[in-house]
Write a protein that binds this ligand. Structure first.
Ligand SMILES: Nc1ncnc2c1ncn2[C@@H]1O[C@H](COP(=O)(O)OP(=O)(O)OP(=O)(O)O)[C@@H](O)[C@H]1O
Ligand SMILES: [Mg+2]
Length: 251
């Protein structure tokens, strides 16, 4: 198992109060899987990503990568926040290379960055600044920036929510295909059940706060069907109804 969460709980301590964000969360993710995490607002989805990224420590339980507890951020885990967070004053190339600068990487890594930009059609816009690009293209650049440091595992927090519906579908499918081609493993947080059904190998449904696991759906019946054709499948419609109900009852 690449990633394991074992009865993970987190209680945030603030000066005013304690807030139990997640409770007894257990699941595992295998290498190469694309898993989605859905649940009502405030149920602790981002909190789970912080815990996996090593940005928060669990109050109880353990998060493990390759069997070893995660205690601090590691380059093996790439985190893509909700906004693309490209720096407006930097060109696309220097945004893409940012992680390499921070990690003081060798010139070979910069070659890899150029290769990735070429492979995924970003080279043409490399000397532009982010404001000259469409939302979808910016998202692709942000993904490539996350990929250049070669993480094994990617965390995506509502990465597409700022985009309009049509673009969101196109960009999320694009992102999934890049992640699959690069043989990465990913955990995507999303509000959008259809998005999770189109992109995922498995879907984890959380209860309302404090977030616990409500259900885990295996999408093996849709496994070999490309995202854009999944919607027509009976299995897709069934799961859509089921997850909708789960979120409705527990939201
Ligand atoms: N640093 C913090 N200190 C105290 N409470 C926090 C902190 N971060 C989050 N919370 C609380 O923990 C709960 C879970 O928050 P979290 O952001 O993980 O939810 P979420 O599922 O990502 O929500 P959304 O779908 O709205 O993004 C919320 O009640 C939130 O207010
Ligand atoms: Mg969140």
């Amino acid at each position: 198992m690449l990633l394991e969460l074992d009865y993970v709980g987190l209680i945030y301590q603030t000066p005013e109060a304690e807030k139990e964000a997640v409770r007894d969360v257990s699941f595992g993710i295998e290498e190469g899987e694309f898993v989605s995490l859905v649940g009502p607002s405030g149920c602790g989805k981002s909190t789970l990503l912080y815990l996996i990224a090593g940005l928060e420590r669990p109050t109880s339980g353990e998060v493990r990568l390759h069997g070893k507890p995660i205690t601090k951020p590691t380059p093996a885990i790439g985190y893509m926040p909700q906004q693309d967070q490209l720096f407006p004053w930097r060109t696309i190339r220097s945004n893409v290379n940012l992680g390499l600068e921070i990690q003081k990487k060798s010139p070979a890594c910069y070659d890899r960055a150029e290769e990735l930009m070429k492979k995924y059609g970003v080279l043409d816009v490399a000397s532009m600044t982010p404001d000259q690009l469409s939302g979808g293209m910016r998202q692709r650049c942000a993904l490539i920036r996350t990929l250049v440091t070669d993480p094994e595992f990617l965390l995506l927090d509502e990465s597409f929510s700022a985009l309009d519906y049509q673009t969101r579908i196109a960009v999320s499918i694009d992102t999934r295909s890049i992640i699959k081609r690069e043989h990465k493993t990913a955990l995507l947080v999303t509000h959008d059940i259809s998005e999770s059904l189109m992109l995922s190998d498995r879907i984890i449904v959380m209860t309302k706060s404090p977030g616990r696991i409500h259900a885990i759906h295996d999408l093996s019946a849709l496994k070999d069907i490309p995202p854009e054709q999944r919607m027509e499948q009976a299995e897709y419609q069934l799961l859509l109804k089921e997850i909708w109900k789960e979120l409705d009852i527990h939201g």
